[in-house]
Design a protein around this ligand. Structure first.
Ligand SMILES: Cc1ncc(COP(=O)(O)O)c(C=O)c1O
Length: 382
């Protein structure tokens, strides 16, 4: 038996909704696109929502709509999925990393100002693993420096900080709907903003640069085909209607893990910080270097040891992940920007300690127990 790292949760309602679109005449740019955008904007609480074919496309379009261009710098975190940084590069700009907070694993707001130069044009915030901690302070600093915030909220659909939903903090926010996300459309993404100019620009850019009145073969600007089909949108509408149930299911799975693993001093557990309503995206534990050093930053273990543990888990048919290797140390980043080992010590220390455990809506209590038992046995031997 395999225990999967992630699995989509598709019910008969989603299947019926997709089939209904397939039986009709509008597979793209039809009513389901408008409906998905409408229910999404309503759920988050923004004026506009623009659906696109991936989170990455969404982030890239935010850069373009905000006028990010070659010569510009955009601040972001090195502890994230690669697209937070590559979307900056796609616009020809330079990602400037600042190190993370060792507890929230998000950008440490205290480090941001040191990264700001006269070329800085925006900040990309990320709620890593769904955790919104620090997002309010990041936005305050951005505002002080008159910088727009592009919130890469791809991992945090349904999270809130001090009662304010993720998706409403940034100048623009982006969610992603890859199948491991809280809701899926197969592939897909959504841009949120209160700014009509930015939303209209994204609508044009996702659809070959077409203008509002330019017709099918009139193009106002260089654009792309980043459209999300009505098939995907129909799936997304039903998934979003289930978001509260999905959040509750994931919270329950996280609780089972916490109950079994909390007492194990060899592990640092993920926790829901004060003031956060966390929508659990993944369940990532960290190897504790020693019982005394709860920050996890002492060099008490090696990347090799962590990878040995991952391998041992996989050999027992339990899928695990290494979220995230440091973005600044990816070979093309090193080559293009000259980043090196030691540049962002908190990120580097955290990265070599993480173990993402199987986590999805329908993981059972028995499966969680098997994962925990196996992890403890593997830790005993390593
Ligand atoms: C933080 C973050 N940003 C961006 C993305 C990119 O989203 P997509 O895979 O839909 O392009 C993802 C997830 O895949 C993500 O986790």
């Amino acid at each position: 038996m395999q225990i999967y790292l992630s699995r989509p949760d598709i019910t008969a309602r989603e299947i019926e909704a997709v089939c209904e679109v397939l039986r009709g005449p509008n597979l793209s740019l039809g009513p389901k696109l408008a409906e998905f955008e409408q229910v999404f904007a309503k759920y988050i609480g923004t004026k506009r929502a623009v659906a696109v074919n991936s989170g990455t496309s969404g982030l890239f379009l935010c850069m373009l709509a905000l006028g990010i261009a070659p010569g510009d710098e955009v601040i972001t975190t090195p502890f994230t999925f690669i697209a937070s940084a590559t979307s900056v590069m796609m616009a020809g700009a330079r990602p400037v990393f600042v190190d993370i907070d060792p507890v929230s694993l998000n950008i440490d707001p205290a480090n941001i100002e040191a990264g700001i130069t006269e070329n800085t044009k925006a900040i990309v915030a990320v709620e890593v693993f769904g955790n919104p901690a620090g997002l309010d302070r990041l936005c305050e600093i951005a505002q002080k420096h008159n910088l727009p915030v592009i919130d890469d909220s791809c991992e945090a659909l349904g999270s809130a900080l001090n009662g304010k939903k993720v998706g409403t903090f940034g100048t623009m926010s982006v969610f992603g709907f890859y199948p491991n996300k809280q809701i899926t459309t197969g592939e897909g993404g959504m841009i949120l903003t209160d700014d009509d100019y930015l939303a209209d620009m994204c609508v044009s850019l996702r659809n070959q640069g077409r203008g509002k009145d330019s017709g099918w073969l009139g193009h106002d600007r260089l654009g792309y085909n980043f459209r999300l089909s009505d098939i995907n949108c129909a799936l997304g509408i039903v998934q979003l209607s289930r978001i509260d149930q999905i959040k509750a299911k994931r919270r329950q799975v996280a609780k089972w893990y916490q109950e079994i693993l909390a007492e194990d001093a060899r592990l640092i557990m993920p926790a829901e910080p004060d003031g956060c309503d966390m929508s659990w995206f993944v369940f990532v534990v960290r190897l504790a270097p020693s019982v005394a050093d709860v920050s996890g930053l002492a060099d008490g273990f090696t990347l090799e040891k962590r990878d040995r543990i991952l391998q041992a888990m996989r050999s027992q048919n339990i899928q695990v992940g290494n979220y995230f290797p440091p973005v600044h140390l990816q070979p093309f980043m090193v080559e293009q920007f000259g980043y090196k080992q030691g540049d962002f010590p908190v990120t580097e220390a955290v990265s070599k300690s993480t173990i993402a455990l199987p986590f999805h809506n329908n993981l059972t209590k028995d499966e969680v127990a098997i994962v925990c038992k196996t992890l403890k046995e593997v830790l005993d031997k390593n």
